[in-house]
Design a protein around this ligand. Structure first.
Ligand SMILES: C[S@@+](CC[C@H](N)C(=O)[O-])C[C@H]1O[C@@H](n2cnc3c(N)ncnc32)[C@H](O)[C@@H]1O
Length: 227
């Protein structure tokens, strides 16, 4: 699938209001991951695949004397993100592919990516770009729900209209190492939101699948840029 096809699909998501619904779905775990990043007031942060920009704005609350940039391949997602962020003086957005980041080397102190990595056509290239734009020792934190060890998420292969990479925790660790990251860590984050007794389907075929997904948790993987 080309970047244009990816953009078209995610533009449709944005027009259908999925940017906002993804915030509801991703925020309970995203907040936990961002809290662990220890973003300083002067930090310069990149949010890769920012969607509607909810995490970009949350990061900007921590980096109140710094700057946070969200990038997304979908121009409609970026339009939604810009509209929702007009009160933030320290936030900006760019339409860009993770595989070709339009920033100089060593520009950022932190990078974040929520539920976005496994859509990339070339994950090694994207990780190498994220490594390039981070300063030495800069921290990259990624969160993914779709990964090998979380079996309930494999059903998304049948419902997603875009190709995705199903990788294991070890695969992610190896990709981070190959891209030049050190001190790699992985952790499962648990969404504590109550599951309705009468759940009849949505992202999952059954309540049992949703429970199993929640028990496996979201995978947070992090690394520091070695330079
Ligand atoms: C599932 S959404 C998650 C959005 C947001 N991070 C959130 O948690 O709500 C995945 C996002 O990644 C973006 N994306 C997919 N492939 C991309 C790429 N190669 N470069 C940049 N963004 C990409 C999509 O446009 C979409 O907005």
């Amino acid at each position: 699938m080309s970047d244009t096809q990816l953009r078209t699909e995610f533009n449709e998501w944005a027009r259908a209001g999925k940017g906002e619904s993804m915030e509801r779905g991703h925020r309970p775990v995203g907040e936990q991951a961002i809290a662990k990043m220890r973003v300083t007031p002067e930090a310069r942060v990149l949010d890769v695949g920012c969607g509607s920009g909810w995490a970009t704005r949350l990061l900007a609350d921590f980096a109140f004397n710094g700057r946070v940039t969200g990038i997304d391949i979908s121009d409609e997602m970026v339009r939604v993100a810009r509209e929702s962020s007009h009160t933030y003086a320290n936030v900006d957005y760019e339409i860009a592919s993770a595989e070709e980041l339009p920033f100089p080397d060593d520009e950022f102190t932190h990078a974040f990516s929520m539920e976005s990595l496994y859509y990339y056509r070339n994950i090694p290239k994207a990780l190498s770009q994220i490594h390039r734009v981070l300063k030495a020792g800069g921290l990259f934190v990624a969160v993914v729900d779709l990964y090998w060890e979380n079996e309930a998420t494999h059903q998304w292969f049948d419902t997603l209209k875009v190709p995705v990479e199903l990788l294991s925790i070890d695969d992610y660790r190896s990709l981070f190492i190959d891209a030049g990251f050190k001190n790699i860590a992985d952790e499962r984050l648990i969404d504590p939101t109550p599951i309705p007794d009468d759940y009849t389907g949505g992202s999952f075929k059954s309540r049992e699948d949703l429970v199993s997904y929640r028990e496996a948790g979201s995978l947070m993987i992090s690394g520091e840029a070695a330079k």
